[in-house]
Design a protein around this ligand. Sequence first.
Ligand code: NAP
Length: 491
Amino acid sequence: MATTNKPNLELRFVIIGAGMAGILSSIKLLESGYTNITIYEKADKVGGTWRENTYPGLTCDVPSHAYTYSFEPNPDWTRQLPPGAEIQEYFERMTAKYQLEKLIHFNEEITRCEFLEGSWQLETAGGTDDRADVVIAATGVLHHPSYPKIKGIDRFAGDVFHSARWDHSVPLDGKRIAIIGNGSTGVQIVSALAGRASQVTHFQRTAQWIMPVENPLFSEEEKLAFRTDKDLLHRTRNDQTYIANVQRFTEGIANPNSAEMKEIEDVVLANLESSVKDPVLKEQLRPSYRAACKRLIFSPDYYEVIQQSGVQLETRAIEGIEELGVRLADGELQEFDLIVLATGFRADQFMRPMQLTGRNGTTLEQAWSHGPRAFRSISIPEFPNFYMLNGPSGPVGNFSLIDVVELQWDYIAQLIELVATGKCKQVSPKQDALDIYEQERVEAAKKTIFGSGCKSWYLDDEGVPATWPWSYQKFVDVMKTPTLDDYDLRS
Ligand code: NAP
């Protein structure tokens, strides 16, 4: 095989998903000179999670300026924390700016992806066949709604839907609304509906720690300064205080007994103590596990809102749902017009239900028989030239997944280059490398704050955090250069 320093720009890429990670991948590939790219998107629009989630109050809890591609800062954010609709607009703008529409096949879901005779054969639900040398799975993590198994839910006479399937035709003003679930989503919905609905009842199964946060509007002067002063915009995008906070936060996650974690605990405890007046309500809102064990909720106003008239915290267990509303375990029936299921997502699905088959007929179900695993969160043994963005065991927490994906991309690009320059034809991690990585990761993950004794979507079936367990800096370091000894490189 001819080895060259010049990459073969004819290499064929298929990207699955046109959300934040798929858009990033295609921009980066185009920048490197590759043009033989198709993006398959199951929906009719780009945007991924920001397309699917449109619930009232949807906001990202990462500062707006940090929540952009590093190379595309946005001077026009209206607030400190970006509203979901603005994030969606941002990704649509990126798609238009980089002329990605011509690469995207909308309404085409990949159902089969199989490595046969040296390349990936793909098939969509609509029957389209395709092939690729390299597949990028940019399918996201939180895209399969988790529906609670509550008896009688089908009997409800009013409206009921999941937070990620918001039905905007359903009226909210003056209605009696139940919100089940108090993760980041449920808390934001409660804040947005208070004052609009005649009654908001927030069903809480487990209390949450709440991190106070401010969310001011940017003034016209500030936005003008961002538009006219490129250095200022760049400095704001790469705000050193934010970066230092992420480093400290992840140090705290990795070392629950650290000063960094103590600082987080002090802030959320002080928030609860000082914000909630009624002693009974305060105890209902007090979690019995450590701060940041579940993903921290950042909210500027939840404690204030839950104390308003017309807003009710309900901690009694749900017995079932009936025609008129929610039956509590003590027998009381609460009547509603709308029930919102802010009950989260099945976080272990990744690119499933796609049928994925690697080299020698190895299926994903075989590779993941003990749960989703990927070497450094990116690739799987026997699945050559197949790369995941935001795959299993990546960094998660209250920081930007865009930065995570950019780092992952830089790592993947180096593996792609091996194939493009003819150094080999197939790249996949060695099984040994994955086993050692997983063993070390699991040992470390058990010791993180996520493993300190609570239930959350971070945990796998065995209760071990399925996350990056080390500091953010370690992730940055590891993503700099692949250690090729860990890879099976085949010609
Ligand atoms: P989540 O954090 O998984 O929360 C699900 C909620 O539903 C929990 O309160 C859970 O209670 C409750 N629940 C589930 N089944 C239930 C049942 N059968 N009966 C009663 N309650 C039930 O889901 P999410 O709030 O949608 O958030 C998921 C993730 O999306 C977040 O962690 C975050 O990563 C992302 N997100 C981010 C932002 C942001 O600002 N960046 C905003 C929204 C979402 P238990 O706690 O008792 O299990």
